[in-house]
Write a protein that binds this ligand. Structure first.
Ligand SMILES: [Zn+2]
Length: 181
């Protein structure tokens, strides 16, 4: 079930299809940018608040039926990552679970949208497996980035992603991933 209107039409000519609920959606984590100061633990900063608030949180469609192989996504993320940081993980979650992520104060069926926006970089880069997550346009919900509803959705989404690792790079300088509580 999809509620928000932005998911009813394709957002990009290169998109293979609208994002279906059964798809897996991946998000990259970089070392040490997204780690705590001791570099032992991944923080929620792997989800950019500002990008979620503006509807441009960059994610990837993984595997069948419309996504890319996780190794290929990892290669793209390694190449395009922030300077001085190295890709350490790709978390993933089911599209359906993302859309209907829990937020106690949100009195609506859907909190988040996953849009088939293939624009994958600031210089017009494009990939058919790229997508973006944004806040659903739901009547009566105030998505003020400093408000309770936004915080709840942000934290629920972070927790959801942290449950599942699609790809990880473990080397001599890399800490082992911590399992979520
Ligand atoms: Zn929407």
């Amino acid at each position: 079930m999809t509620v928000c209107v932005c998911e009813k039409t394709s957002q990009h000519a290169a998109s293979p299809a609208l994002v279906e609920g059964r798809e897996r959606i991946g998000r990259g984590v970089y070392f040490s940018m997204h780690y705590n100061k001791a570099k032992t633990r991944i923080t929620n900063q792997f989800l950019k608040r500002r990008d979620l608030a503006s509807g441009d949180l960059s994610v990837w469609r993984l595997g069948e039926p419309y996504g890319a192989q996780v190794e290929d996504v990892a290669a793209i993320l390694e190449e395009s990552g922030p300077g001085g940081s190295e890709l350490s993980h790709i978390y993933y979650a089911g599209a359906e679970n993302i859309r209907f992520v829990e937020a106690a104060s949100v009195n609506a069926d859907q909190s988040l949208c996953i849009k088939d926006d293939c624009t994958s970089g600031p210089d017009g880069e494009c990939h058919p497996a790229h997508a973006t997550i944004g806040l659903a346009d739901v009547d009566g919900v105030d998505w003020d980035p400093d408000g309770t509803a936004f915080r709840e959705v942000y934290e629920s989404l972070a927790l959801l992603f942290r449950k599942s690792v699609a790809w990880t790079k473990i080397g001599p300088d890399q800490p082992l991933p911590r399992l979520p509580k």
